[in-house]
Every structure is written in structure tokens, then in C-alpha cells.
Design a protein around this ligand. Structure first.
Ligand code: NAI
Ligand SMILES: O=C(O)[C@H](O)CS(=O)(=O)O
Length: 479
């Protein structure tokens, strides 16, 4: 059923603004138009920085308690519009409504958590080596922040940046992904309803990301870039940040190993790998991308896992019972097919029908391949789709070496009932996040981020607030 077309504007200095060009937002399940938004230009990008720089003067001088109150009010307004935002998210991104509701709650948890953490930005007094001196350390907001976000978590990837930025006293300019601008604009509507002052949050939607973001990267008033998306774009932004020495936070691609040790609780391991692999149809940067199972339990695991995968229901995210929605676009479908065909050509066994579930929409049936070997594309590149490669291993040290043999280091998982193995794996896996008997580790209060080419910095927890603060040392000579 086609719901009403959402016609939205960009948010610049508290005003909803149109542009000469606009673009339709399409539903990946039906290819129908969900909404229409402006395609912002470099001029709009500059207006956004003008607004954020002006608002920073007052916002940064508000007390932490005043900023916290705004975040709390924003949290409650989103709560009151949760179902509406989730339905729009499902229509523009495709995830099942139950997952969209879960994501809005997850996104909102960052507002709640940073409303409290804002009040805990402590400084220090350092014992002086000169009697007449007092040495103080103060934390101050970095300034105007540019946030560039992906389509796979259209709400959480915004609040995971904006909540700590505002808590710290920064103001923001945001460019959401062109596939999913509507969720971002609804969050901004909620912020306006909560009374967050004009210019504190600005959103530029566009079909020309480089034009808008390059304007921000060249503007010395923008003190920080925070980005979630692909590693190639992350590297590009990191290079551009150097010209004005901007601070950089990057959440990039992953290639998560999911290790099932010989002593694992198999029921829990199957549940965990289903959660990790198939959330958002496999379109998350922390999805299990490589499943390593000990050879002594391979058969029992495969029997249980392939059955659980076969039971997954594929369909439109708005339909009751849907567990796997469409992929975001045709390119995503082709990438999964390329990985599947490569695996088959290199000897993988395919469990299930590797066929598209529908002629309309970017649907794919979840597929398990076994006998996976490390030379396959699906074991070397992020699939970002519902393809689960299973490989066997014999020795714990061997599988750690294989798991670490990649430029990526975002999330890793291990299922074991042994404390010794839990520590062996978690301490030796070169990943920023390790789920031990936990397929869903992401929470607002803990630091989320990658090592190696999976990113820089952390989001969530008090670590995530530090990313938006400068450390100032004040030496007081009382002589
Ligand atoms: N580590 C993480 O949390 C995440 C990583 N990713 C990775 O990103 C890929 C798919 O997500 P996409 O959104 O397609 O990634 P993407 O990197 O193409 O896009 C992410 C954002 O960057 C913008 N962008 C694209 N090219 C740009 C440019 N030249 N200058 C400035 N901004 C630009 C896009 O408009 C979007 O807002 C996957 O490979 C996935 O691994 C995606 C989501 C989360
Ligand atoms: O972009 C992503 O994939 C998210 O960071 C994953 S999570 O935070 O929802 O786990």
C-alpha cells in the first residue's frame, strides 16, 4: 500500500529550505517513491556552516545541565513519534518494522545516555612542581562538527554522533545518505519540536555528496569530521581533513569473524550467528562475514544453522512476520551474487536456493555456503548482504591467525564455554569490538569502533564524548 509521499526540506538555521533540484526517495521493496527532498549544493553547505558557527557561540556557553535538558526533551519527542519514524525508515531503507522500531529505540538511547554524560565532563587539577602555580586541565567543545552518515542505520548513525557532539557543546552540520534522508529529517523535526535552538543542528540532503562534503572539508570553521560508511570514502575524507587539520572520527567497513569453538553451546551459537549475520539483511558493518566452526562440531552446527536460515521469512518490511527485507539497491544485490558465484566456483557447497525472492524490489533469499576457503571473495571482502560462508578450523591459534589476516578490525565474535578460551580469543583477536557469547554487543554506554582500516576513534560511552572535546591546560602563576 502506498503511503502519502513525504515532501521535506533541508534544515538550515532553523528554516526548512528547498533547492533548485530535488530527488525522490525510493522504497527498496517496491521501487515506489516514498518522499521527495531537496538536492543541496555547495551554497547550502556553506549556509549550514554559517548557521552552526553562529549558534556555537551561545550553545557552547550554555551549561551542561541546560544542554542535557534539551537532549532529554528531544528524547521524549522522538519517543512520542517512534512508530511514525520507524515506518518511514522501513519504507526508505527496507528493514523489517520490528528492526526499525528497535533502531529508533537504539538511536534514542544515545540521547538519553549523553543527556546524563554531559554533566560528567570533568577537568583536573595537577599537583604543581612550583609552589606559586596551580595547574588546571579544562575540557572544551571542539566547535562546528560535520557528520556524514550511511543508509544502513539512518537514525542511530546520526544520534550516535550528534548526541555526544551537542552534549559537549558543539554544533553540527549533517549530510545523511541519499538513500535515507527522510529519517534524518524527521529526527531534526523532533529536535526543533524539543526547542533545540536554530543553527545547532543543520541538515543538508543531496544527490551530490562530494560537492556538499568537500565544502565542509575546505572550511576551516569546521573543526571535526565524523563519518560512518565505506573504508574508501573514509580514507578520502581523512586525506581532505589534513588540509585544515580537522579532528577525524571514522566508522568504516568490517569483515567480522564469528568463531564457534569446539566447546560452544551450539543452540546459543546458532542464535548468536543468526542475530549477527542477518540483522538488516546482513547490511551492518558488524555482521558476521566469516563463520569459523571447529571441525568436531561442524555437522551438528551446519544442520541447525541451515535449518534456521531456511526458516527466515523474506518480504516487505511493513508486512507482519517479515525477518529479511530487501537490500538497499541493485549494486548490493550484484555484490552478493558475485560473492556467491565466486564461492561456488572455488568449491563451496550451497545450502538453499540462491535465487531472488521477487521480481520487484532488491530481495535476496538468505544463503549459507559451507566448505568456504580463505581465498574466496566472501572471506576477504565485506559482503554486506545475506550470504553466510562457513569454514572449518582445527586449532584455536590457527583460527585466530586466519581471523586477524585482514586489513579490517571492527567486530569479532567467539562462542565458547571456557573462560580460558574466552580470554585467549578476546585478547588475541585484533578487533575493536569482541562479542563473547554475544551476537549483538552494540549499546550506547560502550565504546564502538574499529582497529586497522575499520576506523579511528570510538562512538558511545564516555569515549564517544571525548571525541568532541579539546583538552586545555591552564597554568596559573599566583606569584
Ligand atoms: N563501519 C560502519 O559502521 C559502517 C560501514 N559501512 C560501509 O559502507 C559501505 C556501504 O555503505 P554506504 O553508505 O554505501 O557507504 P558510502 O561510504 O558510499 O556512503 C556513506 C556516506 O558517505 C557519503 N559519501 C559517498 N561518497 C562521498 C564522497 N566522495 N565525499 C563525501 N561523502 C561521500 C554518502 O553519501 C553517505 O552519506 C559498506 O562497504 C559498509 O561496510 C556502512 C555503514 C556502517
Ligand atoms: O553501521 C552499522 O553497521 C552499525 O554501526 C551497527 S550497530 O551499531 O547497529 O551494531
Amino acid at each position: 500500500m502506498t503511503e502519502q509521499l513525504l515532501e521535506k526540506g533541508m534544515l538550515l538555521n532553523g528554516q526548512w529550505v528547498q533547492a533548485e533540484e530535488s530527488f525522490f526517495v525510493k522504497n527498496p521493496a517496491t521501487w515506489e517513491n516514498v518522499g521527495v527532498v531537496p538536492s543541496g549544493t555547495a551554497a547550502h553547505a556553506k549556509q549550514a556552516v554559517d548557521a552552526a558557527a553562529s549558534a556555537f557561540v551561545t550553545w557552547s556557553k550554555a551549561t551542561a545541565y541546560e544542554r542535557a535538558a534539551f537532549l532529554e526533551r528531544w528524547f521524549h519527542v522522538i519517543e512520542s513519534r517512534l512508530e511514525e519514524i520507524a515506518r518511514v525508515m522501513t519504507q526508505e531503507q527496507g528493514k523489517p518494522l520490528t528492526e526499525a522500531i528497535g533502531e529508533v529505540r537504539y538511536a534514542n538511547s544515545f540521547l538519553k545516555w549523553y543527556a546524563e554524560e554531559a554533566k560528567r565532563v570533568y577537568g583536573e587539577i595537577i599537583p604543581a612542581s612550583v609552589g606559586s602555580k596551580r595547574l588546571l586541565v579544562q575540557k572544551q567543545p571542539v566547535g562546528v562538527v560535520a557528520a556524514v552518515t550511511p543508509w544502513n542505520f539512518p537514525a542511530a548513525m546520526i544520534t550516535r554522533k550528534v548526541a555526544p557532539a551537542l552534549a559537549a557543546g558543539c554544533t553540527v552540520v549533517i549530510k545523511p545518505a541519499e538513500h535515507t534522508p527522510l529519517t534524518a529529517l524527521l529526527l531534526a523535526e523532533c529536535a526543533q519540536e524539543a526547542g533545540i535552538p536554530e543553527g545547532v543542528i543543520n541538515i543538508v540532503t543531496t544527490l551530490h555528496p562530494a560537492e556538499v562534503v568537500d565544502t565542509w572539508m575546505e572550511d576551516s570553521r569546521v573543526k571535526k569530521i565524523t563519518f560512518t560508511g565505506s573504508t574508501p570514502v573514509g580514507k578520502l575524507l581523512m586525506r581532505k581533513a589534513a588540509d585544515t587539520v580537522k579532528k577525524v572520527s571514522l566508522e568504516l567497513g568490517g569483515l567480522a569473524p564469528f568463531i564457534i569453538a569446539e566447546d560452544a553451546n551450539l543452540d546459543e551459537a546458532v542464535q548468536g550467528v543468526m542475530q549477527s549475520k542477518f540483522r538488516n539483511a546482513g547490511q551492518t558493518c558488524v555482521c558476521a562475514n566469516r563463520i569459523y566452526v571447529h571441525e568436531n562440531i561442524k555437522d551438528e552446527f551446519l544442520e541447525a544453522f541451515t535449518q534456521a536460515v531456511a526458516d527466515l521469512r523474506v518480504g516487505n518490511g511493513l508486512d507482519e512476520g517479515t525477518e529479511i527485507g530487501p537490500l538497499i539497491n541493485e549494486a548490493a544485490v550484484q555484490k552478493v551474487k558475485r560473492h556467491l558465484e565466486d564461492a561456488q566456483a572455488k568449491g563451496a557447497a550451497v545450502h538453499g536456493e540462491a535465487v531472488l525472492a521477487s521480481s520487484v524490489g532488491h530481495f535476496m533469499k538468505p544463503i549459507v555456503v559451507s566448505n568456504a576457503t580463505d581465498d574466496m571473495l566472501c572471506m576477504q571482502e565485506e559482503t554486506f548482504g545475506p550470504l553466510a560462508p562457513v569454514s572449518i578450523y582445527t586449532d584455536d591459534a590457527e583460527v585466530v591467525q586466519r581471523a586477524n589476516n585482514t586489513p579490517f578490525g571492527l567486530a569479532a565474535y567467539v562462542y565458547t564455554q571456557s573462560l580460558q578460551k574466552a580470554f585467549f580469543f578476546s585478547e588475541n583477536l585484533e578487533y575493536g569490538i569482541v562479542g563473547v557469547n554475544d551476537g549483538l554487543p552494540s549499546v550506547a554506554q560502550a565504546p564502538f569502533g574499529g582497529m586497522k582500516e575499520s576506523g579511528l576513534g570510538r562512538e558511545g560511552g564516555h569515549h564517544g564524548l571525548e571525541e568532541f572535546l579539546e583538552t586545555k591546560y591552564v597554568s596559573l602563576n599566583l606569584k
